[in-house]
Ligand binder design. Structure first.
Ligand SMILES: Cc1ncc(COP(=O)(O)O)c(C=O)c1O
Length: 448
């Protein structure tokens, strides 16, 4: 195929190959190529492809009830999915609002936070604080919230100034050599406190962060104590804590929610990718009881909505995905296979002259490429090393998720790996072998 009417991500050159099938962690292209999808697309495919139980659940639902508008009806899969996710009120989260993806979940969380303060007599709370090098989605509210300069730049005149940004909790790039981890955490907390003071603490609605930063920085876990410190600052000033677990949540880091490893919980949480594992487009806003109760006692409704809220087929798919994760003990498997992947990456790249950092949690691992390990100097962005690695990997039958702009939206290259939770030991070996060859291939010519 040389011509396509689809607006693809790249408008130049040949259209991307057609994917015709998937099985387990593998994707098949129309030309017969088999690609090991080591990033589950964009950290989406947590169960791989053709999981029988999920496929059957979708077929059953679509054959029974495809759609019913949420202004008239609820549906059994939506009720059961909500019950499964928040029936036991994890960390105080007690209600779920089902949307069609991550950006929609973020938009809903911003609007629910705002409405909460309007209805509890605090209309002055209009500011949201997030972090540079964060990504929260591409719709205008989510884009304004995010701190990825590259993605924001063309749309800057359309983005609300209700959003401001503090430093990311990105130890490899931000922690000073004379600082301990505790010093670093304290400095970040002081900066957040200063931002509250600059804006006026009673004008801040919420602080928003990814517990483990995904696409823009490449699997960056926080320093110890960071989220306890920000939870404390939010509480002291009466602001909400919104966690974006669209990419790092639903088991990806080895616990169902990444915040479980931080000793805190959010007031509002966005989830998406691993919720439906790619079987259907679905995201969700999870909300604490106090927020939903305030809306119930106030206007009586969340003033929001989309046509495909709580889509029955999407909810049935997500319910089946989450049941498989639970029934097959996949969280333990994420931790086990994540440790193995980390070990294999360290063996292969620990002494590589151009891998500066290997990081992440569970089956959510990132590697940062540097021109010089000692100075951490990145490659010239004009080389587009990340794109070269992606192509070289794809040519070897490996799908991975490299990006540029790791440091500041322009400089820096990283590779993100997020294989399905079912990835085998042998497949991990294939990932590391193919990735090693792809990186060395991409570097040839640049470093020669
Ligand atoms: C942390 C985070 N938030 C939000 C989004 C947006 O999700 P979606 O692309 O489903 O709109 C993404 C997507 O990559 C993400 O990684």
């Amino acid at each position: 195929m040389t011509r396509s009417r689809v607006i693809h991500r790249t408008l130049r050159g040949a259209p991307p190959p057609i994917a015709i099938a998937g099985h387990g962690v593998w994707l098949t292209a129309a030309d017969g190529r088999e690609v090991l999808d080591a990033s589950g697309g964009a950290a989406v495919s947590c169960l791989g492809h053709q999981h029988k139980r999920v496929v059957e659940a979708i077929q059953r639902q679509v054959g029974t009830l495809a759609y019913a508008h949420t202004s008239f009806f609820s549906s059994t899969p939506a009720e059961e999915l909500a019950e499964m996710l928040v029936g036991h009120e994890p960390g105080g989260l007690a209600y779920a609002y089902f949307v069609s993806g991550g950006s929609e979940a973020i938009e809903a969380s911003l609007k629910m936070a705002r409405q909460y303060f309007v209805e509890t007599g605090q209309p002055s709370r209009t500011h949201f604080i997030a972090r540079r090098q964060s990504y929260h989605g591409n719709t205008l509210g989510a884009l304004a919230l995010g701190g990825n300069e590259y993605r924001r730049a063309p749309y800057a005149p359309l983005l609300s100034n209700a959003f401001s940004h503090v430093s990311p909790a990105f130890a490899y790039r931000e922690q000073r050599t004379d600082e301990t981890e505790a010093d670093f955490t304290a400095r970040l907390a002081a900066e957040l406190e200063a931002e509250f003071q600059r804006l006026g603490p009673d004008t801040v609605a919420a602080f928003v962060a990814e517990p483990v930063v995904g696409a823009t920085a490449g699997c960056v876990p926080p320093p110890a104590g960071y989220f306890r410190a920000v939870r404390d600052i939010c509480d002291r000033h009466g602001a909400l804590l919104i966690l974006d677990e669209v990419m790092c949540g639903m088991g990806r880091t080895g616990t169902l929610h990444a915040w479980e490893q931080e000793g805190i919980s959010p007031d509002l949480q966005a989830i998406a990718k691993g919720l439906g594992g790619g079987y259907q487009p679905i995201g969700a806003l999870l909300a604490s009881a106090r927020i939903v109760d305030a809306l119930r006692d106030g206007s009586g409704a969340f003033q929001h909505g989309h046509t495909y809220l709580a889509h029955p087929v999407a909810c049935a798919a997500a319910l089946a995905v989450q049941q498989v994760i639970r029934d097959d003990g996949l969280l333990a498997r994420v931790r086990q296979q994540g440790d193995l992947l980390d070990q294999r990456l360290t063996e292969r790249f620990g002494n590589h002259p151009h891998i500066g950092d290997i990081r992440g949690r569970g089956l959510f691992r990132g590697m940062e490429l540097v021109a010089d390990r000692a100075s951490k100097q990145p490659f010239d962005p004009a080389l587009k090393l990340h794109a070269r690695v992606k192509q070289a990997a794809f040519d070897r039958g490996l799908g991975c998720y490299p990006s540029g702009g790791t440091i500041d939206g322009v400089r820096g290259d990283h590779i993100l790996l997020a294989p399905p939770y079912i990835v085998s030991d042998d497949e991990i070996d294939i990932i590391v072998t193919r990735l090693g060859a792809a990186i060395d291939d991409a570097l040839t010519g640049i470093t020669a």
